[in-house]
Design a protein around this ligand. Sequence first.
Ligand code: AVJ
Length: 328
Amino acid sequence: ISVHNSASTTVSTAKIQSDFLDEVIRGLSASPKFLSSKYFYDELGDNLFQYIMNCEEYYPYRCELEIFQQHAPEIVAQITKSSAAIDLIELGPGDCSKSIYLLKQLTQDQVKFTYLPIDISTNVITFIEKNLPQAIPGINVQGLNGDYFDMLEKLSAHSGNKKVILFMGSNLGNMSPVDAIDFCRRLRRILAPGDQLILGMDLKKEPKEILAAYNDKGGLTKAFNLNLLKRINRELGADFQIGSFTHFPSYDPITGACRSYLISMDDQIVNIEGLEIGFKKHEAIYMEISQKYNAGEIDELAEISGFIPERKFHDSRSWFTDAIWVAV
Ligand code: AVJ
């Protein structure tokens, strides 16, 4: 089965599914065990994440929304210093509820730009291509359905416009600091000097606030983590007993690593595709990192990956930042 779209990209769902199986087997055979949070986002996971963004304890979404509501004119000024047309490329745009403030401002300021959202989900791209032109008449949207770097490479092959990449939502935080450096360097390689990156990152703050955001009282984050086990049951035919795992969130204020684990409450065996995976009582599966940085660490990340930090915007409490970097 394959999915074709307007950008004539082909994503093989069979390939995606066998990658999923391989990574699950690899992670659950490792010691310590791990799973990748990039697989949290099936249809149910998408919905749970929507609920998380709206729950009382989860502040990052509201902080970044405030930044875009308050600072769109300054952000536009920072990315339009030359009069050239812009390719505004957003990695993982969601429903555009934050970036729409920037898109509206660019339109109002009569900047020549094309908005190019990239997402692995066909639904996300279809939704945006249908709805955005209704919210912003005349906007130039070109959705790209596929892997970030595959799509970025296609783009750089056939456009001479200045590029501005938007990578928001602290999504970079879902990589280890070492993987984050690799990722930023890879981004840098597909850019030309003068191109820019707008990076939304959650900041180190009072540890209790951070831990609460990943340990909401309503149990949404717990359900979000457990949903990956359910997904493995559904899609890979495994037999996880969801009730015998508990959720354990943690935050280390020294390193800024906010990690979540699922803990096996018994000795048990889980079957996946003919393989038996043994769990010891109290054994952990490492599920997700949401790395927190401070301003200095974000500047260092820029420099180590070939960018110069230009400006930082933050919300009224300085809990979250959107940094603008320029490629050197
Ligand atoms: C996808 C990066 C926005 O790490 O804060 C929310 C995902 N995980 N609650 C984050 C998430 C648990 C989230 N981001």
